[in-house]
Design a protein. Structure first.
Length: 426
């Protein structure tokens, strides 16, 4: 394993008389979500010295720890893109990782249900996309789907057997343990305040002192565009935070769901729609919706940061989204504020669920990258900030600028993808 140069013998910043040298690593990863941790895990496996820096007091505090915990099959994503390639691999790897480390999970399969005639061609297109991605799926009629979900209603469905459920926070915490076991370091409660690229390394300035990385990977999630700007890069996108709220089911309504029931997604949006999920704890929830969050970490309507909200509302890309999709947005707000509106969405697939069956069950915030022209970035997005000798060389920074769902499923292969972009040797 490459040494971390903590004695200042190679590449470290002198600390002055009586002061310790600045610790130095082959790789510094900014962000303690599952993508950052998977990257650090891949790096320790390659024999590199690694430090992970996370501003929160615990790992997986945002997107990783607040989602529906679905292990995605890779059905939805455009063939040849990062999402398709890495989610399909990640589905199998996530299950294998959970089995190896005795983490809770279940491969339960899912139904994607068409409830209106207009959705049938989109269902067929999904089936073709799944086949192109190597994802097993089976077309079912309205009677055949009831073998898997007796209480579902629809015209037709796809059965996708490889989809599952897990606990991504538990996976992230296990990755943190394995990083430390492999000689890496995980620093919690240390916010990054600046970067300084140099010919041989990058100085990562944090609230707990400087760290040196021959290379740096920034997996900043909800703050990734701000961190890119802080590093002197032009991200070319802005993170728009969309809150996804979940509704828990009563015991009676939960009995209507065996596994995972999804609608046919709207191709205009990167969101998969309100779906019903039986989690690994046995509880059933439906969601998420997609409402504009009033802050980057705005998990409810009460959390408002005026400067952040103003920045979002005045961003040209957001203005264009609002002009095109204001009716859709109003519908999402209505479903957020009204159980009756939310249950109407659920009743399209599960007609016996009532508004009285629903109760609040938490929320997550999706870090969605949006271009100035209003395009919602639909694939994972990376930005190389080269060192003196080019991208991947010493002194370079790689920014992960769009990694929402299915990034948790795809995290292990994403980590290797990032490591490959950096170059295998430090």
């Amino acid at each position: 394993m490459a040494g971390s140069d903590r004695d200042g013998s190679t590449g470290s910043v002198p600390g002055g008389v009586g002061l310790p040298a600045t610790p130095s690593y082959d790789l510094v990863v900014v962000g303690g979500g599952i993508v950052g941790l998977a990257t650090a895990y891949a790096a320790t496996g390659a024999g590199l010295s690694v430090a992970v820096v996370e501003r929160e007091p615990r790992l997986a505090n945002h997107q990783t720890g607040n989602n529906s915990n679905v292990i995605h099959s890779g059905l939805y994503y455009a063939p040849g893109g990062y999402k398709a390639r890495l989610a399909v691999a990640g589905c199998a790897e996530t299950v294998a990782f959970c089995r190896e480390h005795d983490l809770p999970h279940r491969v339960c399969g899912k139904l994607v249900v068409a409830t209106e005639p207009a959705e049938l061609p989109r269902l067929d297109a999904l089936a073709r996309r799944g086949e192109a991605n190597g994802v097993e799926n089976h077309r079912l009629d309205e009677h055949e789907m009831k073998v898997y979900e007796p209480d579902v209603r629809g015209l037709a469905a796809l059965w996708v057997p490889s989809t599952g459920i897990c606990d991504y926070r538990a996976i992230a915490e296990k990755l943190g343990e394995l990083i430390e076991k492999g000689g890496g370091e995980v620093h919690l409660g240390r916010a990054v305040t600046g970067f300084a690229r140099r010919p041989s390394d990058v100085v990562v300035r944090t609230s707990g002192g400087d760290l040196l990385g021959k290379r740096v990977v920034v997996c900043g999630g909800l703050r990734c565009d701000e961190l890119a700007t802080l590093a002197g890069a032009d991200p070319g996108v802005r993170i728009v935070p969309f809150r996804g709220e979940y509704s828990g089911f009563s015991e009676r309504a939960a009995s209507l769901v065996r596994g995972l029931i999804y609608p046919v997604p709207d191709p205009e949006f990167p969101f998969l729609g309100v779906h019903a999920t039986r989690g690994i704890d046995g509880h059933v929830h439906a969601g998420p919706n997609a409402v504009l969050a009033m802050a980057r970490e705005g998990y409810d309507w009460r959390t408002v940061r005026p400067a952040e909200l103003l920045g979002t509302l005045t961003y040209p890309g957001m203005i264009r989204i609002a002009r095109r999709h204001w009716r859709y947005g109003l519908g999402e707000v209505q479903r957020s504020l009204s159980r009756k509106a939310m249950v109407r969405q659920i009743q399209r697939m599960l007609p016996d669920v009532t508004a009285e069956d629903l109760h609040p069950a938490g929320a997550g915030v999706r870090a969605q990258a949006v271009k100035p022209d209003g395009t919602l970035v639909d694939d994972f997005l990376f930005l190389d900030q080269p060192g003196p000798d080019g991208a991947g060389a010493a002194g370079s920074i790689l920014h992960v600028l769009n990694a929402p769902s299915p990034a948790a499923t795809a995290a292990l292969p994403i980590g290797r993808e990032i490591l490959g972009r950096l170059g295998a040797a430090a």
